[in-house]
Design a protein around this ligand. Structure first.
Ligand code: GLN
Length: 277
C-alpha cells in the first residue's frame, strides 16, 4: 500500500462511516502512524508503507470509523499553542475554551493565586501558567484518572501546580485572586443529541450539567464567595444559551461588574464577575 493509496482508502472508509472531514482525518491518521510530513507525502506519494505502518493504519481507520475521536486515537490535542495529552478520561480541549484563557490572561499577574475547577486535562490551568510565568495555580477535579492526565501534562510542560482530587471546593484551601472553570454544562436530556464522537466516547461526567445544565454554575457561584479574596474575579465558560442564566446566578451571590464575552463564532462563551467584599 502506497502513501497515496492509504490516504484514498482511509478517506473512503471514513466517508462510508459518516465521519466529518474524512479526507483530513485519513491524512492525520496516516501522519500519526507513519510519521510522514505533509511535504514528504506530497513529494513521495508512491512510497510504500512499511508492513507495521500499514497494519497500524488499518487499525486506526477502523477505530475512527467507529467514531472514536481522532484525539483519543492520537492521544494529543493542541490548545493555546501547546500540545496536551488526552485520554477518554478527559474532555478533549476545545478551541472555544481559548477565549476563556485569553480573558483570564488579560488580568492574571505574576504572584497571583488562581484556582481552576474541573481542570480535566489541565489545559486551562497549564495554559494560564505558561501564559503568565510567576502566577500560582491550583487545579481540582473530582476524577482521579483525569488528574493523572493533568499531572502528566504538568510534567511535560514543565510547570509547577498543585493538583487536587476534589468535588469542586471540597479539598481546596486558602484564598484566590481568580477562580476559573469550564464545568460540565450540557443539559442531561441534550447529551443524546450530541455528535457520536462526544456522546459515545467523551466522559459524560465532564459534560452533564444536570437537568437545567446549570448545576455546577450554581454551586461554583455560591461556594466561590468563601474562596475569593476581596476584589477577586470569577471566570466561567458557558454554553451559547446560558448568557442570561449564569450572570443571574452571579448577581444573586453579590458579584458585580458582570460581563459576558463572545467566542469567535459570535456566541456567548465566557461570564466574569468580581466580588468586592
Ligand atoms: N477544564 C477542562 C477543559 O476545559 C475540562 C472541562 C470539563 O471536564 N468540563 O477542557
Amino acid at each position: 500500500m502506497t502513501l497515496l493509496e492509504a490516504c484514498r482508502y482511509g478517506e473512503r472508509e471514513l466517508k462510508r462511516a459518516g465521519v466529518p472531514e474524512a479526507g483530513l482525518n485519513a491524512w492525520l491518521l496516516l501522519e500519526y502512524v507513519s510519521g510522514c510530513s505533509r511535504s514528504h507525502y506530497l513529494a513521495y506519494q508512491e512510497e510504500e508503507l512499511s508492513e507495521e505502518a500499514k497494519r497500524r493504519f488499518l487499525e486506526v481507520i477502523e477505530r475512527r470509523s467507529k467514531r472514536v475521536p481522532l484525539q483519543y486515537i492520537t492521544g494529543t490535542q493542541e490548545f493555546m499553542g501547546h500540545s496536551f495529552l488526552v485520554s477518554d478520561q478527559v474532555l478533549i480541549p476545545r478551541q472555544d475554551t481559548e477565549v476563556l484563557v485569553e480573558e483570564v490572561l488579560k488580568v492574571l499577574k505574576p504572584g497571583m493565586r488562581f484556582l481552576d475547577l474541573c481542570t480535566g486535562s489541565g489545559c486551562i490551568l497549564l495554559s494560564l501558567l505558561l501564559g503568565c510565568p510567576g502566577a500560582v495555580g491550583v487545579g481540582s477535579d473530582i476524577s482521579l484518572p483525569a488528574l493523572k492526565i493533568a499531572e502528566k501534562n504538568r510534567a511535560l510542560l514543565g510547570q509547577e501546580a498543585l493538583l487536587l482530587e476534589s468535588d469542586l471546593f471540597e479539598h481546596v484551601e486558602g484564598a484566590f485572586d481568580l477562580i476559573v472553570s469550564n464545568p460540565p454544562y450540557i443539559k442531561s436530556q441534550e447529551i443524546l443529541g450530541l455528535m457520536e464522537e462526544v456522546r459515545m466516547f467523551e466522559p459524560v461526567s465532564a459534560l452533564d450539567g444536570h437537568e437545567d445544565g446549570l448545576y455546577f454554575y450554581g454551586r461554583i457561584a455560591r461556594e466561590s464567595c468563601s474562596y475569593l479574596k476581596a476584589g477577586g474575579r470569577l471566570y466561567l465558560e458557558i454554553g451559547w444559551d446560558q448568557g442570561q442564566a449564569v450572570p443571574e446566578l452571579l448577581r444573586e451571590q453579590g458579584f458585580q461588574e458582570i460581563e459576558v464575552k463572545k467566542d469567535l463564532a459570535g456566541l456567548d462563551r465566557v461570564v466574569t464577575g468580581v466580588l468586592r467584599n
